[in-house]
Design a protein. Structure first.
Ligand SMILES: Cc1cc2nc3c(=O)[nH]c(=O)nc-3n(C[C@H](O)[C@H](O)[C@H](O)COP(=O)(O)OP(=O)(O)OC[C@H]3O[C@@H](n4cnc5c(N)ncnc54)[C@H](O)[C@@H]3O)c2cc1C
Length: 512
């Protein structure tokens, strides 16, 4: 206890949620909507919400928000619909004009809804929804310590005073503060050394009002502003995400070596961005509102869920990988579903120790599978040819394997979860083979000069493998899913064969 502070009365709850950010508020609301007899407390230090990264949702998170939380009308009313991911490619000198750059991205709004979120606005609205659902949200209170036990004892501090909370379940949602992970010493390192710097801008040039009818017509006048726009380079990428009300979030994620000294200052950040002609032109009239950064993005955890001790970690409080495909809110969705299921079962008298272990192994597998999308892949990002194949592959496997299962609630089916864990080695090996293929393509084509060969003048709507999309979420058989997986793998092997052709010819010559 801090000197001079006093402990006020203990209060007892079924579930103490530490941290009232995205994960914490959504979990509190979900728990109350699932069982309205549960007492749920959320402890959050801040009185006001502030801007954060984590603005772009992809399909699993959107399905969670729409289906599980019933927020479709809210999201279209208070946030922005997203028009998919869009990628632009540049010359080695980074001097291409925007209209010359090759582009990968859709020419129509997507089949599955996704959204761009202003996190400050969203979390402020979520706080109201959390309370309306009957959870207690205490602002201005910071968790100081956790003593795991039966019940757990959490010490919180506010206005110079300490207070104890006793809880049957503790769920850590404190983001990168990782209060429970630090208490249990459960953090792990992840072999993926990326850093990021980002900020908000007002008055950025409007991509949807460009004076070039051919360029806008190329995507059938669909909105590029509403996409997550990526400017891609070997080793890093720059994002543009709209937040509404004239504000655009802009950030850089990349290998640590690409960041010059001072990149996290306003001047350093602007200087770095202005090295890229197209980005510079978009930011010419813009005003930078703030700058933030992290020097190491990825980290892991030894454990997500502990059913025996009734402890869990969700969102950044557990682990984080890489924002390239915005998986942060997808992980929160799957984890909140699992934690809600465990707490629901426990409240009904079920022993959830073993089941939580299965869910935990499943979550670790998902984490390892997702890492393979990013690990050793950064050098590949700046090539239109390689990214056209990687995007096809990543999107198709995401829809076929992960989104389809999520929409069918397979992640909550213990038999499915156990079967997935049993197939872990096979699944990870298959995904790692494609990771290695894209990595090798980048190394070869950077060395032989083919890397940038189509970075100007090309357009690809990214729909080569869209033939099965309408099946996703319709309750397909496992057999059909496997057939689609085999077709995706075959298509991508064909689409990437060109990069290895020179090698094969070389080998054939040697043999002759
Ligand atoms: C560069 C970058 C870009 C990203 N882009 C995306 C994206 O486009 N899409 C996406 O889905 N994800 C993205 N993410 C990930 C996303 O930001 C996170 O997954 C998400 O914000 C995590 O939410 P959270 O609720 O776990 O944590 P937070 O939103 O950080 O919430 C944690 C809460 O805990 C509170 N807290 C902290 N300490 C304590 C304490 N001691 N006691 C009590 N409460 C405490 C904090 O005040 C805060 O409210 C990105 C991440 C990075 C680094």
């Amino acid at each position: 206890m801090a000197p001079g502070s006093t402990v006020r009365a203990v209060n007892k709850v079924d579930v103490a949620i530490l941290g009232g950010g995205l994960a914490g508020n959504l979990l509190a609301r979900q728990l109350r909507r699932t069982r309205d007899d549960l007492s749920v407390l959320v402890v959050e230090p801040s009185h006001e919400t502030s801007w954060k990264v984590g603005e772009s949702t992809v399909e699993i998170a959107s399905d969670y928000l729409v289906r599980r939380h019933g927020l479709s009308a809210y999201l279209y009313d208070r946030q922005l619909p997203k028009n998919g991911l869009r990628f632009f490619f540049d010359t080695p000198d980074k001097d291409a004009d925007l209209f010359e750059m090759s582009e990968l991205g859709s020419d129509h709004l997507p089949l599955f809804p996704t959204f761009q979120l202003d996190r400050a606005r969203f979390e402020a609205d979520l706080r109201v929804m959390t309370r309306a659902a009957g959870a207690e949200l205490r602002e201005g209170e910071t968790v100081r310590s956790i003593e795991p036990g039966t019940p757990h004892r959490v010490t919180v501090r506010s206005d110079g005073q300490e207070r104890a909370v006793e809880a049957r379940w503790v769920v850590d949602c404190t983001g990168r503060a990782r209060v429970l992970s630090r208490t249990l010493d459960s953090g792990t390192e992840v072999d993926h050394g990326m850093a990021a710097v980002w900020g908000r801008f007002s008055n950025v040039v409007d991509l949807d009002a460009m004076p070039n009818a051919a360029w806008r017509g190329r995507v059938r006048w669909t909105s590029r502003v509403l996409s997550t726009n990526h400017f891609c380079y070997p080793g890093y990428w720059i994002w543009f995400i709209p937040l509404g009300e004239g504000v655009i979030s802009v950030g850089v994620v990349g290998e640590k070596a690409i960041f010059p000294r001072g990149a996290r200052t306003p001047e350093g950040f602007l200087a770095f961005l202005r090295e890229h002609a197209a980005v510079k032109a978009l930011l010419e009239p813009a005003e930078l509102l703030d700058v933030h950064g992290f020097s190491q993005l990825a980290y892991g955890t030894k454990q997500f869920f502990d059913g025996e001790r009734r402890l869990a970690m969700v969102g950044d409080a557990a682990a984080f990988l890489d924002p390239f495909y915005s998986p942060g809110s997808d992980f929160i969705s799957v984890q909140n579903d699992i934690v809600t299921d465990l707490i629901r079962r426990d409240a009904a008298g079920e022993d959830v120790g073993a089941l939580a272990g299965d869910f935990d192994r499943f979550m670790q597998m998902r984490f390892e599978a997702t890492l393979l999308l990013y690990q050793q892949q950064y050098k590949a990002l700046g090539s239109f040819d390689i990214m056209s194949a990687k995007w096809n592959y990543d999107l198709a496997t995401y829809y076929n394997l992960w989104l389809d299962d999520y929409m069918g609630d397979k992640h909550l089916d213990p038999r499915h979860v156990r079967a997935q864990v049993r197939r872990k080695k096979f699944i990870l090996e298959a995904l790692a083979a494609f990771r290695d293929r894209f990595r090798d393509m980048a190394a070869r084509t950077l060395a032989d000069g083919r890397y940038h060969r189509h970075n100007l003048g090309m357009y690809n709507p990214g729909t080569n493998l869209d033939w099965f999309w309408r099946e996703v979420g319709t309750g397909r058989t496992r057999r059909r899913q496997n057939e689609v997986t085999a077709s995706i793998f075959e298509a991508i092997e064909q689409q990437t064969a060109w990069a290895f052709e020179a090698d094969r010819r070389g080998t054939a010559r040697k043999q002759a």
